[in-house]
Each structure stands twice: as C-alpha cells, then as structure tokens.
Design a protein around this ligand. Sequence first.
Ligand code: KG4
Ligand code: ZN
Length: 351
Amino acid sequence: MPTVLALETSCDESAAAIVTDRRVLSSAVASQIEEHARWGGVVPEIASRRHVEALPGLVARVVAESGVDLAAVDAIAASVAPGLVGALLVGSVTGRTLARLHGKPFLGIHHLEGHLASVRLGEDPPEGPTLVLLVSGGHTELVRVDGPGRYRRLGRSHDDAAGECFDKVARLLGLPYPGGPAIEAAARPGDPHRFRLPKGRVSRPGGGFHPYDFSFSGLKTAMLRQVEALTTAGIPLPLADLAASFEQVVAEVLVERSCRCALDEGLDTLVLVGGVAANRRLRALLAERAGAVGLGWRVAPLAWCTDNAAMVGVAACERLRGGCSSPISLGVAPRLALAEADRLYETQPCF
Ligand code: KG4
Ligand code: ZN
C-alpha cells in the first residue's frame, strides 16, 4: 500500500496530509477564511502569499504527527488543477522541490479528482460505476465515474456554482463569508417552505430543457427581489425562513436532477462530494430521495467535504497504484477539465 505526502493549495485553504491508501495518518489545514471574509470573497494575491507562509509549517506538522519521515514516503503529490494560478503554483513548486530533494516521484493531482476520492475516506466506499454530484465553491457537476481517470460529465451549472450561489446569497442576507455554513446556521429554525423560489432550468437549443444542467442566476435574482420587497414594505427580514427556503430549493434541484440522471444512466449509486456536500439539509434530502427511487447513496464524510489534502492523498495513492507519475517539470493548469486529468501523467508535460 503506497504512502504519500499530499499538498493542497488550489484556493483559500493551505493543507498537507500523509495518507496510506485510504487511511489518513495525519492531516492539517490552515484556513485563510477570516482574512478573505473581510473582503467578502477570496483575494487571489492574498491566497498565494498565505500559502507560501503556511505550507512549510503544515508539512513539518504532518510529518511529525504521522511519524513517517519523508524519506519513507512513496511519492509526493499536490493539486495542480484547476484553481487560482498563483495559489496552485505554491503547492506545485513545494511538492516538486520536496520530490526532487528526497528522490521521490511527483504526482500532480486534479483537485476535483481529490473531491471524488474524498468519499473513499468513509466507511463502505462505493464499488463499480457511480454518478457523483460534485458541488463546491467553483464547480457544480454531475460526473459519471467508471474508474480512476474514467470520467464523463453529464451535467453542470451554466452560471454560478452551487457554493458560489450560497456565498452570494449570504452576502445579500448580510451573512458572513463563506456563505454555506452561515446560511445553514441561520436556516436551522426556519420554515423551508415559506418562500416559493425558482428551480432554474436550462433551455435546449432545439426546445425543452436540459434534464441534468443547473442555473442559479434566477434563484439569486428571486432572493434579491424578495429581500427588496420586504425591505420596501418595512418588514424586518425573516432571516431564518429566507435562508431555509433558499437552502431547500438548492437541495431539491440538486437531488432531483441527480436522481433522474443516475436512473437514466442505469447507475445504481449516487455519491455526494465537495464543500457544499457539508450541508446537512442536502445530505438528508439526498439520502431520502435516493432511497425512495431505489438508488444506493454515499456522502463524503463531513470532515473531508471542504478542501483538504487527505482527499488529494487518496487520489494520489489510486493514481500511484495505476502506475502514474507526473514529469517533474509539470506546471499548473487553472482550468483543466476533470475528463482531461490523465494528461497530468503524460511523459511530456502538457503545460
Ligand atoms: O470544496 P470547497 O471547500 O472549495 C472549492 O473547491 O471550491 O467548497 C467551498 C464552498 C463554499 O462556497 C462554501 O460556501 C460551501 O462550499 N460550503 C457550504 C457548506 N460548507 C461549505 N455550502 C453549503 N452548506 C455548507 N454547510
Ligand atoms: Zn474544492
């Protein structure tokens, strides 16, 4: 069973972990959220600088906590795509330098492949082909997974990602960044059916609607109109009901289209991963609806939904078992699609 040191710096969490197969020996995350919260979102330049400052300490910590010396790991891995270019570069350069220094193979990992692997950190990981609903701050995708590196995107958002929508609506409601956890907390005592909100459909050029795609811009506008109407009428904002109604409609649209896609594809298991997968209403609704239509389901463990390096390590171990390694001169690819993740292991670096 391979052991790897994994690094994650694609956005606003600096993270390191040491993983053996799908067992986490140590994991540390330094969140920059408080600093970015002052600006209402991630400031790329600040993110890169904080990664530079945090990463050496995190590596030292996971090495000490695991008791595994870098001389004993089988490979060193880092997220190299997609994400903020400056942020990705910090993990990539650190990873490649350590790999060179210790004479280890380097693996560039696709960050979304890391999210997909996060479900393997739970009990009873799924076997065989699955449909994965991947919902994070930057992505909303329905991915058919037929094995490591065998991905087909069947659905996506045409505008904001689900997490981005949580973040923007939170700001509208006067809640802090990141919006997901803030909305979830505000929604707890609320009535999820008080406000009727749109489920954003995406038209097809030939007529009808795309059955598995998403659009969150109409929902964002509907929330804005609702807040404006209440404010104009001098009614104090019913924050809990607004947050709960928003959370409910996002969860419903994600789960309904995912179930339909899985059934149409003849897949029997639905998997939920990514930062937004931490949302308890979404997790509960997925379990309820998937169960009702006879689908099996798995959700990534709560601790591994938002960005972390353990999930990158699990993906790296799978790749390593498949005989993959990246050229040491591999750069970063801020926009590489998941279906192209295999390109990270071509002999000649693709970027
Ligand atoms: O996966 P992640 O940590 O970073 C990206 O790869 O983007 O996802 C971060 C996103 C943010 O938009 C955040 O608001 C959202 O995940 N999020 C949540 C929750 N926790 C984090 N959204 C809804 N409910 C949550 N509990
Ligand atoms: Zn992520």
